[in-house]
Write a protein that binds this ligand. Structure first.
Ligand SMILES: NC(=O)C1=CN([C@@H]2O[C@H](COP(=O)(O)OP(=O)(O)OC[C@H]3O[C@@H](n4cnc5c(N)ncnc54)[C@H](O)[C@@H]3O)[C@@H](O)[C@H]2O)C=CC1
Ligand code: BAL
Length: 508
């Protein structure tokens, strides 16, 4: 089988039939690999069964996709198309995704495990808004006019599209991460070679179909499902890729940066959005019931497979017992089950690898002396389900305090003073998110100022908006996504110096 033809996926729970592309999307067509018969098996994490297989792109396929993106950049996209037209097409794509939200939501639930309603209403809803937000920017990309000598010279800047962008995305938010990367790139006039995670490639291929339907010229967006060590690595080290954007683990992010530096020095245009071990602090003046809701959302949303998961919870001694009994009761209320069950607030984790990693860390928590307050047991049934798990008495140095687990496993630590809470919170190599709950406004201001993170939530957690920048400090990343800040990642500033009067005498 050439793996360019679509297959039919029938979703048992809803009866929906999905025509699923299985090829590589290059120049607006689904094509087989040029030189490989390798395939990627897509697994349903709720049942552990194979959904279907898609073509696994090779290095040569990446070359072909980059060439298509380069040609489009030089001819039909880039500086050859107005911002108004880019905006129109991005809005059209957003409309098509909105039209297909239920189908995409079901496909995401099948491949990733998350509940259909969450995929549809949050992941896809936010992605549609993200595309519309950047469609709004497309005709507002502007440089500056700079006075250098009023009588004879002027300088101005142009914010040019940086060129061909390699985009490497993970499996935790396959549609969101796709739109966070594709939308700003297209808005400024870049072209894209997208490498979705090999664990969740199905919705990226379905979105590619919509790219063609929206009317984007061939080669503007190309999608190559591939293993990270093959396609991801090839993109990061490609000499004709001008920028690489990556979301995933810090270990892989480091490799991407090394490859970028060693190839064509795409350093200035590498943006990385990496992992976290985000602190979430509950001070004694907080509304405890609300704080417990946000703490649950912080660690249990997306089954904890979230780069900003509030995985280290710090609770002030004076309210510790009361708060913990509220928190444990609330965490128990979350229904973890099949993503197609309307009652499910959380699905299985994405893969066997992730499931095994989470239970390895639960084992480390027990070995290192933390106390299990909730969960921590495997279910006897099939599927990669992990119930909400809470460890208390967690101390710095324990592996569940230090490492990103990427699962619904909360590490709780008691503190006495504000200074101690800040010191514990910042005791990490990461710096992505942080949260605090307090009714003391001065404390909120002081602590949010002290926390070393790219995003700090006060009296809430994990909410993001398309117009607000997102990214990390320390080893959680470089660059910013979302907001006007993301546009800078995809543009290259050119300074033009114009002489309209000065005569140069020679020799000097
Ligand atoms: N910050 C975040 O949003 C994410 C963090 N993670 C963390 O990473 C851990 C491991 O998950 P993985 O799926 O293995 O993450 P990963 O960082 O290896 O994968 C993310 C993406 O990078 C690609 N990739 C892998 N190796 C590459 C290479 N050498 N060059 C270029 N691209 C490459 C993958 O194919 C995927 O598309 C998770 O347990 C979690 O802790 C994982 C996914 C997302
Ligand atoms: N929650 C923001 C995106 C991420 O987890 O990768």
């Amino acid at each position: 089988m050439a793996y360019a033809q679509p297959v039919e996926i029938i979703i048992a729970q809803t009866g929906r039939k999905i025509k699923q592309p299985t090829g590589l999307f290059i120049n607006n067509e689904f094509v087989p690999s040029v030189d490989s018969t390798d395939v990627i098996e897509c697994i349903n994490p709720a049942t552990e069964e194979v959904i279907c297989s898609v073509a696994a792109g090779s290095e040569k396929d990446i070359d072909r996709a980059v060439a298509a993106a380069r040609t489009a950049f030089k001819t039909t996209w880039g500086k050859n198309v107005t911002g108004i037209e880019r905006s129109r097409l991005i809005n059209k794509l957003a409309d098509l995704i909105e039209r297909d939200a239920q189908e995409l939501g079901e496909l995401e639930a099948l491949n990733n495990g998350k509940p259909v309603k969450i995929a549809r209403d949050f992941d896809i809803g936010d992605s549609v808004s993200c595309l519309r937000y950047y469609a709004g920017w497309a005709d507002k990309i502007a440089g500056q006019s700079l006075e250098v000598d009023n009588k004879t010279k002027i300088a101005f800047t142009r914010h040019d599209p940086i060129g061909v962008c390699g985009q490497i995305i993970p499996w935790n938010y396959p549609i969101n991460m796709w739109s966070w990367k594709v939308a700003p790139a297209l808005a400024v006039g870049c072209t894209v070679v997208m490498k979705p995670s090999e664990i969740t490639p199905l919705t990226a291929l379905k979105l590619s179909e919509l790219v063609a339907e929206a009317g984007f010229p061939p080669g503007v967006v190309n999608t190559v499902p591939s293993l990270g060590s093959v396609g991801g690595s090839a993109l990061a080290s490609h000499k004709d890729v001008d920028k690489v954007a990556f979301t995933g683990s810090t270990v892989t992010g480091r490799r991407v940066m090394e490859a970028a530096a060693k190839s064509n020095l795409k350093k200035a245009s590498v943006s990385l959005e990496l992992g976290g071990k985000s602190p979430h602090i509950i001070f004694e003046s907080a509304d405890l019931d609300q704080a417990a809701n946000w703490a649950c959302l912080g660690i249990l949303y997306n089954t904890g497979q979230d780069c900003t998961a509030g995985s280290r919870l710090f609770v002030q001694e004076s309210i510790y017992d009361k708060f913990m009994s509220i928190l444990v009761a609330k965490a128990q209320e979350l229904v973890v089950g099949d993503g197609f069950d309307e009652k499910s607030g959380g699905g299985p984790v994405v893969s066997k690898i992730q499931y095994d990693k989470i239970f390895r860390y639960i084992g480390y928590g027990k070995e290192d002396g933390a106390k299990l307050a909730l969960g921590g047991e495997k279910r006897p049934s099939k599927g990669y389900f992990v119930d909400p798990t809470i460890f208390t008495d967690v101390k710095p140095g324990m592996r569940i305090f230090e490492d990103e687990i990427f699962g619904p496993v909360l590490a709780v630590t008691k503190f006495k003073t504000e200074e101690e809470a800040v010191q514990l919170a910042n005791d990490t190599t990461y710096g992505l998110g942080a949260g605090l709950h307090s009714n003391d406004a001065n404390q909120c201001m002081r602590v949010s100022n002290e926390l070393e993170a790219g995003t700090v939530w006060v009296n809430q957690y994990n909410l993001l908006y398309n117009n607000v920048p997102f990214g990390g400090k320390k080893q959680s990343g470089i660059g910013r996504e979302l907001g006007s800040y993301a546009l800078e990642e995809y543009t290259s500033v050119k300074a033009v110096h114009w002489n309209f009067g000065e005569k140069l005498g020679w020799p000097l």
